[in-house]
Design a protein around this ligand. Structure first.
Ligand code: CP
Ligand code: NVA
Length: 304
């Protein structure tokens, strides 16, 4: 059987997606195991990280394995040798590779030459582990997610794309509320629309933040300028109406939750009042990274 990678949310079938989220609840209740005993997981990071690095490190340890942090800057990869050769060599030492880098293509190249599972820990295009935690958090609050609406307000970025894919797989309608000019790439958008149609959900773009918030069970936002992007004053100006504040939250359902992948630029995409308020599920969402990633690793590495 060929090795399974997790580079984007739809790399899991619907049944696998449901399984990973269901088992995450079990890992949350009962965190320790020895299923990765004797196994090593390489964690390659080419961009900064707090949550992803720490939750994968702690998660591997809690499953009985050893996490091995590797700064991309200090590896030979892409400097003295190809990504594929790095993958071939690491595959001889470790049992899985988690990688955060810039281009999706690099992660695909790594995976193509790796004989152990590769997990995407964020690229410019996707953040699938985040999206699993997002949907798990949403379903903790709303165990009946089907037909509910999540409104994402902000930049059409990696987090938005993976959220939309995970939403489709969970039966949730996703409204992307992004200013003109900051949409997801066309190809990605078309792929999400196909996925939504396969799963019988709605996926649409709405320019008006008030219309997006109405009827939503969650308002989601992320930084306006992602890692590796240039600060752009025109973009920051265009984003102003998309800030998640108490006015927008009051338009959502009364029981709506607020989600943010973090790190947050308080006062930009989200106000203190909202992120620290009673409807915020943001810190549960951060915690849940640990539980869903353990579930994902247990599935990919140990068939659990
Ligand atoms: N949400 C997230 O991926 O956070 P880090 O960049 O801190 O890992
Ligand atoms: N969109 C953000 C997410 C950070 C977790 C970024 O790529 O920087």
């Amino acid at each position: 059987m060929s090795v399974r990678h997790f580079l984007k949310v739809p790399d899991l079938s619907k049944a696998e997606f449901d399984h990973v989220l269901e088992q995450a609840a079990v890992w949350k209740r009962s965190p320790l195991s020895d299923i990765l005993s004797g196994k090593t997981v390489a964690l390659i990071f080419g961009k900064p990280s707090t949550r992803t690095r720490v939750s994968f490190s702690v998660g591997v340890y809690q499953l009985g394995g050893m996490p091995l942090y590797l700064s991309e800057q200090e590896l030979q990869m892409r400097k003295s040798e190809s990504i594929e050769d790095t993958a071939r060599v690491l595959s001889r030492y470790v049992d899985a590779i988690v990688i955060r880098t810039f281009a999706k293509r690099d992660v695909e190249d790594l995976a193509s030459a790796s004989s152990v599972p590769v997990i995407n820990a964020l690229t410019d295009e996707d953040h699938p582990c985040q999206a699993l935690a997002d949907m798990f958090t949403f379903m903790e609050r709303f165990p009946d997610p089907v037909g509910r609406k999540i409104a994402y307000l902000g930049d059409g970025n990696n987090v938005a794309a993976s959220l939309a894919e995970a939403g489709a797989m969970a039966g949730v309608d996703i409204c992307l509320c992004v200013p003109q000019g900051f949409d997801l790439p066309e190809e990605k958008s078309a792929g999400i629309a196909r996925l939504a149609s396969e799963h019988g959900t709605r996926f649409w773009v709405e320019r008006d933040p008030e219309a997006a918030a109405q009827g939503a069970s969650a308002l989601y936002t992320d930084v306006w300028v992602s890692m590796g992007q240039q600060q752009d004053s025109g973009k920051l100006e265009a984003m102003q109406p998309y800030r998640v504040d108490s006015h927008l939250l009051a338009l959502a359902r009364p029981d709506a939750v607020v989600l943010h992948c973090l790190p947050a630029h308080r006062g930009e995409e989200i106000t203190d009042e909202v992120i620290d308020g009673p409807q915020s599920a943001v810190f549960d969402e951060a915690e849940n990274r640990l539980h869903v990633q353990k579930s994902l690793m247990a599935y990919l590495l140990a068939g659990r």
